[in-house]
Design a protein. Sequence first.
Length: 314
Amino acid sequence: MFQKIKKIVRKIQKETLTLLQPKKNPYTINIDENKVSDGAYKAAENIRGKHQPSLMIYGVTTRSGTNYIANLLALHQDIVASPNQVWEVPFLRHINHIMDFEDAYFRFENLSKNMKKHDFLALFGASFLSYLHSFVSPEKKMLVKEPNANYLFYFPIVFPNEELILVLRDGRDVVYSTLKSWPERDFKEVCQRWNDNARLMLQFYSKHKGNSAYMFVKYEDVVADPEKFITRVCEIYSLDLSKFQLGKVESMPVVGSSVASQDDGKVNWKNVDRPSDFNPVGRWQSWSAKEKRIFKQIAGQTLFDAGYCEDLNW
C-alpha cells in the first residue's frame, strides 16, 4: 500500500512540475546545425584546448550497460575514464535550461546581431569539457558516459569535436533491470521511455552513420564478444590495441547490476566479483503474459526495428 501511495505522489509531483516548468521536447529531431556561428565553433575549439577528442558513451536509458562498457574501455592504458570521479555526465539531457537562457538572451536584439541561436550550446559544452580535461594528461584520451539519449540530436552542436559511442540494449531487459532496481516505477512508463529513447537513437544514427567519429553498438554484442568490440574501437578511434589489457577482461568486477549488486534489495554501485552464472541477457523471459503484452503494445515495433526480434510472437 505504501509503495502504491508513493507512486501516486510521485506522479502528481511530476505532473505539477511539468505544468510549472514545461520542458522543450527532448525527442525533437529537426535540429538546424547551422544555428551556430563559425565564431562560436572556433571559440569552442579554443576553449576545449588541444586535447584528443573525448570518447563519450551514450546509453539508450539507465540500465543499458554503460558501466560495463566504460569499465571495459578503461582497460586501455591510454584511456582515462570518469575524470575527477565524475561518473556520469548528464549535460546533454539538461541543455533545455541553456536553451531557455538563449531565448532570454536573444530577446535583446541589440546584443546579438552577430550571434546565432545556439552559440551558447557550443560554448557551454566546450567549457564543461575543458574543466574535465584539466584532470587528464594531454597524451591521454578522456572517456565519459551518460545513460540517457534525451536531446541526442543536439550532440553535434554541443560537442562538435568529440567522439561518440551509442549503446542500445534490448528494451525488455532494460525494463526488467529498471524495475528490479527501482520497483516503485511504473511498468508502462519505463516501457515508453525505452521506446522513445531507442527510436531517437536509431533515427540519430541513421542520420549520422556516415560520421566516422560516431559508433553504434548493441550491449548484447559487447557482452558476447568483448574482444571484437575492443578491436573495433581501437580501429575506429586510432588506439593502440597492444595497450589494451585483454587479460583483465574475464576478471572484471560487476558494477551496479540489478541482480548481483544489491544491499537489502537496493542496487549499490560497489565493485563485486562476477558470479559464475552471471548473464545479463534475456532476464525478461521470466515476464508474465500480461507484461509481455504491454511491452509489445508500447514498444514492440521499435524492438523489431532495432533487430531484437523477427516478429512479436515471443
